[in-house]
Design a protein around this ligand. Structure first.
Ligand SMILES: Cc1cc2nc3c(=O)[nH]c(=O)nc-3n(C[C@H](O)[C@H](O)[C@H](O)COP(=O)(O)O)c2cc1C
Length: 415
């Protein structure tokens, strides 16, 4: 049977060379003024063999942010930084869309302009705590958006979409998942409005519809995707009738002929697996039966589970977050059945190059073996150590060279 992962796919106007998607991952490494980290071009280019890269969440405006060290897309400096990243991905043969993000009530005043409260559909706080500077802090009660302010936020999504286009992205994905602003409008637990944006499930999809419409006007619908997480209760999301709600959301979107819906599979809460039973829950197969456009499924997938989804036709492509973080050449590993590097949670968020650009590909690991076993360590004594400035075609050698000391074999960094 042909390999399910390496077949091409067409999601709207997005042509994927294979069916393995790098799922969006916030890495909290942005530098001053919400500009991407200097090593981000190498980080993303290392992963250019993905059929599609979905970028980390990118904040659409300063007031859309409110978590540590997130990148944005509201000024020209950010556009220039993203352009370098996208150029590197394209030069390496990849495709990348920007995940457009408004955190809504998940924003922390300490990290918002003037220490202001975050905004949300209703004045209802997330009933859990989160980490800030290694401390647990409670979420605060958000300020309810007025109808005029909702229009302004929709326009911010459109502006960020224009900047994403100017930067050279291949498209955009709206972050409608995981308890952030769009999802807050969808769910009854966070949306208590009694105006045109609240009440019935259809009314609660109105904000999503308006954002999708505004962003499609910029990009054309064939380059716009939407991420949804129908089963996730992450960040206190609950709804009395998820099937009715997400049926209404898909109905609202289906009129637009989007590039894809990106569904977070059951059994995932934010960035972690829950270990719960997935039977009977809203999964990719459920969405497939109600949605005739492109479909990406992500969440706690391993090789077998992902291959089964593709073989059943439940999705056009499968997304991986943690496995892609730790395996820059994941499509090749899935296709060949090679073992995968384990992701290291401690370096997921924040920090520098460690746990960011130093997970080896099969090629880099084989090069290290070659240097050690062939006694070639002396030849690479002068190779500059791996850094964000290492050219993408040189990084496997820089990675391997840093792990051998001349005449000694595997060095102190080899662990
Ligand atoms: C470090 C990290 C950061 C994440 N950041 C985002 C994000 O910015 N946007 C988003 O939609 N999901 C984000 N997620 C969730 C993933 O996209 C994915 O849905 C989840 O990790 C389950 O997939 P996996 O089992 O393949 O890791 C993040 C996950 C991880 C591990």
């Amino acid at each position: 049977m042909t390999d399910p992962f390496l077949a091409p796919a067409l999601l709207g106007r997005l042509a994927l060379a294979n069916r393995v998607v790098m799922a969006p991952m916030t890495r909290s490494r942005a530098v001053d003024a919400a500009t991407p980290h200097a090593a981000a071009a190498l980080y993303y280019a290392q992963r250019a063999s993905a059929g599609l890269i979905v970028s980390e969440g990118v904040c659409i405006s300063p007031t859309a942010a409110g978590n540590p060290d997130l990148p944005g897309l509201w000024n020209e400096r950010q556009v220039a930084a993203w352009r370098q990243i996208i150029d590197a991905v394209h030069a390496a043969g990849g495709r990348i869309v920007a995940q457009l993000w408004h955190l809504g009530r998940a924003g922390l005043p300490e990290l918002l302009p003037d220490g202001a409260a975050p905004v949300g559909p209703s004045a209802v706080a997330i009933d859990t705590t989160t980490y800030l500077a290694r401390r647990q802090v409670p979420y605060v009660v958000p300020r309810e958006l007025s109808v005029a302010e909702i229009g302004a936020v929709v326009e911010e999504f459109a502006s960020a979409a224009r900047r994403a286009r100017d930067a050279g992205f291949d498209g955009v994905e709206l972050h409608g998942a995981n308890g952030y602003l769009i999802d807050q409008f969808l769910h009854a637990s966070s949306n208590r409005r009694t105006d045109a944006y609240g009440g019935t499930p259809v009314a609660r999809t109105r904000f999503l519809r308006e954002v999708a419409e505004a962003v499609c006007a910029v990009w054309g619908s064939g380059r716009v995707g939407v991420r949804l997480s129908p089963t996730s209760s992450f960040q206190d999301m609950h709804d009395p009738d998820p099937a009715e709600l997400f049926g209404a959301a898909l109905d609202a979107l289906s009129r637009r002929e989007l590039a894809y819906v990106h569904v977070v599979e059951p059994g995932v809460s934010g960035a972690q697996g829950t270990g719960e039973d997935r039977t009977g829950q809203i999964d990719a197969g459920w969405v497939r039966r109600r949605w005739d456009g492109g479909l990406i499924a992500t969440g706690e997938l391993d090789r077998e589970r992902a291959a089964a989804i593709l073989r059943r036709g439940d999705a056009d492509a499968v997304g991986f977050a943690r496995l892609f973080l730790a395996n820059p050449d994941l499509p090749a590993r899935l296709a060949s059945g090679a073992a995968c590097n384990e992701p290291v949670r401690e370096t997921f968020y924040g920090g520098g190059d460690e746990g960011y650009i130093d997970y080896p590909t099969l090629h880099a690991a084989a090069l290290l073996d070659h240097l050690v076993e062939g006694g070639h360590a002396d030849h690479v004594a002068g190779v500059a150590p791996l850094s964000g400035a290492t050219p993408v075609h040189d990084w496997p050698l820089a990675w391997a060279a840093a792990r051998v000391r001349p005449g000694v074999g595997r060095g102190a960094l080899a662990s």
